[in-house]
Structure formats: C-alpha cells, structure tokens
Design a protein around this ligand. Structure first.
Ligand SMILES: Cc1ncc(COP(=O)(O)O)c(C=O)c1O
Length: 406
C-alpha cells in the first residue's frame, strides 16, 4: 500500500470532478471573434482549414492531413479509402475495446471485423493474437491506442510490413503519445484523430486523417467532399479525370459514392490556437496520471500499465480482480464525491456485448475476449485535464484506497 502524502484540499468538500474542464479557452474564443470580425469572412472550409492541416502535419510528423468534422468521420473515410484503393471485401482485424465508429466503419465499408482481445497492460490489441489472426483474407489491421497508451510493438510492425498488410492507427485518445520516441499516428498507412470536447485537443467537434501516402491522401480528400475530383490537390490528377470524362463539367466529376464530412473555418481556427498549447497540456496530463498511478493501491487496482511514451487521455481505474461488491463501492464513492466516470472505459466496454454486434455475431461472441470483459465490468475512466490540481488527485487516491474489499 503506497504512502499517500497529506492533501491540502479540505476533506469535507466534495471532489466535484467532471470528465473535462476548460477545454476551449478564452484565447480560442478570441481567435474565433477575430475571424468573425473580418470584413466578409469565409466560414466554410478554406485557408484556416488548410493552415490547420499543415500545422498538424508538422506537429505529428506526417506529409498530409485532412481535417474532417469528427473522429468518426475520420474512421469512415479511412475505411472507405481502403476499399476504393485496395478493393472490396475481406477481413479487418479490430480491437474489442474501442469506440463504436471504428467497428461501424469496417462494417459500413463492407469488411468483416475480426476481433482481438486486449493486452491488460496497454488496453490495446494483444499483439500476439493479432499475428495469430492474420490470414490471406486480412485487408488491414485497424488498431486503437486506448486512453493514451501505445498499442504497437516492433514485432507487429515488422510482420505487417513483411506481409504488406496496411496498418491503420486510431489515435483519437492518444494525441502526442509515442512508440520508440516517434509519435503514434506516424506508423501506419493512415491514422485517425478526434478533436471532440474532452480530447487532448478540441475543435468542439472535429477529426483528422493523416498519411504519408499521396494516393491515400488524394482519395481521402475526395471522399471528404462528395467524391469530387476538384478536391484533388494535384492538378495533374485533376486533368487525368477531365480528359477521361470530356462529357462532364470539370467542376462536377464524382469519382466515388462518398460523403460530406467537411469542417469549417471556425473549428480550424480553434484547432490552430489549441495546437500551440498541446505539448504543454499533454505534459500536464501525463504528470497527473503518473501521480495518480503512483498513489493508487496496487493490491486493489491495476497500476502496472505500460506507460512508456503514453500521453494520458483519462485516468484508467481497473479493479485488479473481478469483485462486484468492490466495484459497487467504488461507483458509490465516486458518485458521492461528484467524480464523473465512465464504466467500461471510453467506448462502452467489450464491443462484442453491444447490440449492433450481438445481432451479427451471436449472443456469446463476447466470450472470445475475457480481458476486454474484465474492463467492461470492472474498469472505469475518470477525467484528466491540464488544470487538475495535485491535491485533488491525491484526495481521489485516498478515497479509492480507503474502500475495503468484500
Ligand atoms: C478511439 C476512438 N475512436 C473514434 C472516436 C470518435 O471520435 P468522435 O467522437 O470525434 O466522432 C472516439 C471518440 O471519442 C474514440 O475514442
């Protein structure tokens, strides 16, 4: 049991701890006001979107980024690009703990999801199980870096490279986290980010698709905007289409049955000001999480996560053993102290238990993933935000450590 330093916050006050606080700052709002005060400002996707994409690409270390209206849209057009570029059908290996849109995009684009259990120390896909499930039908591995933890290993990267299987990284919960000192989101064919409110960077709603591959980039640009050829960045590629379809108005050539998932200048302006604070905020989030882990009782809760390179999204609280009574007591204590939490971590726990999959895969499919199932019932996340005070974190640890087992 760790020795917890005495806290300075009055112990009688409730912790009053939301999932997120102050994520859109006065500075961000002032930048929006500056935009709106311009003479005749352009508000639909324009130069601020382009500038945000370039600045984000530089920050991440990729050649191309495409700003969209959500992380889910990033998931969808990434899988749609995979289908357009590599053909329809086949399997995509996916995690059992992730957000619904990762699996939905696989299904909506006509691929078969093949589920893999989690590694309890990263909450990402167990890499050995991914390797065991690769077949000639595998079209991609779509991996999620959960709550700021890295889910990659060198062995996985080597095997995927040697078998030429595209890796898609969902980094929606892990902006700034690294593997071998390189940012997550730079390892695969493409990566996806979410800028929804509680995330490391927020544009209110928003997302990004990132890639180094020029074909993938151009395809995603068109898919974002109705499949329109005029969205191509390459003049040469535009001319190829125009010459191939002389009967069509060059302004309205639709290459794919696609979507409109564009964002706006307002969201991009917020993203640009947020990006200036991202590294500092990430550092604070990570410091907060390490303080939390150091002071949590390892006999009651998991504290042995692989934290190297991690960049915490939300505090991960997972009971060491399945214990329904302890779990109820934890939830009661958090509620009594007005600490907001989500059971099952970020995505609603074991996806295989969700109705949209039970209908397709059967009522017992969840049994394939016992580690994910432990998180489903005995795992939580609690908000982490840059302005969280050390005292509050220590008081939360005191509270959690004081709960007795059955
Ligand atoms: C892992 C993951 N993928 C995708 C998304 C979807 O992002 P959005 O809420 O911006 O649609 C989320 C949302 O939190 C997420 O956590």
């Amino acid at each position: 049991m760790p020795t917890t330093p005495k806290t300075a916050l009055p112990t009688t006050t409730k912790l009053s701890w939301p999932l997120m606080k102050n994520n859109i700052s006065r500075e961000d709002l002032n930048a929006v006001i500056d935009l709106l005060q311009q003479d005749d400002p352009v508000l639909t996707q324009s130069k601020n979107v382009r500038a945000f994409e370039e600045e984000w690409s530089r920050w991440l270390g990729v050649k191309h980024s495409v700003f969209v209206n959500s992380g889910s849209s990033a998931n969808l057009i990434t899988l749609a690009a995979l289908k357009e570029l590599y053909g329809e059908g086949g399997e995509v290996i996916v995690p059992s703990i992730t957000w619904v849109s990762d699996i939905a995009s696989v299904l909506q684009c006509g691929f078969k999801p093949v589920f893999v259990d989690i590694d309890p120390r990263t909450l990402g896909m167990a890499n050995d199980e991914v390797l065991a499930k690769l077949t000639s039908r595998t079209r991609a591995v779509f991996l999620t870096h959960v709550l700021g933890f890295n889910a990659l290993s060198q062995n996985l990267l080597d095997v995927l490279k040697s078998q030429r299987i595209p890796l898609i990284e969902d980094v929606c919960e892990s902006h700034g986290a690294t593997f071998e000192e390189r940012k997550l989101g730079t390892f695969g064919k493409a990566s996806n980010f979410s800028f929804y409110y509680a995330h490391h960077l927020s544009t209110i709603e928003g997302g990004m698709v990132c890639t180094d591959d020029p074909d993938f980039y151009e395809t995603v640009r068109m898919l974002r905007s109705h499949g329109m050829v005029r969205e191509l960045s390459s003049e040469g590629r535009k001319w190829d289409y125009i010459e191939e379809y002389p009967d069509l108005n060059p302004e309205f050539i639709f290459a794919f049955p696609a979507y409109n998932v564009r964002s706006t200048e307002i969201n991009a302006v917020i993203g640009r000001t947020q990006l200036r604070r991202l590294d500092e905020n990430n550092h604070r989030r990570t410091t907060n999480f390490m303080l939390f882990l150091r002071n949590l009782d390892p006999d009651l809760y998991r504290t042995d996560f692989h934290t190297e390179g991690s960049c915490n999204y939300a505090f991960t609280l997972i009971l060491r053993e399945p214990d329904t009574i302890l779990c109820e007591k934890v939830m009661a204590a958090l509620r009594a102290n007005e600490v907001e939490f989500r059971r099952g971590t970020a995505g609603g726990g074991n996806q295989l238990r969700q109705p949209y999959l039970r209908h397709r895969l059967g009522r017992d499919a969840w049994k394939q993933c016992p580690q994910a199932d432990h998180v489903h019932f005995f795992g939580f996340y609690i908000g982490n935000y840059p302005t969280l005070e050390a005292d509050r974190i220590l008081r939360l640890c005191d509270l959690l450590n004081s709960i007795t087992r059955t």
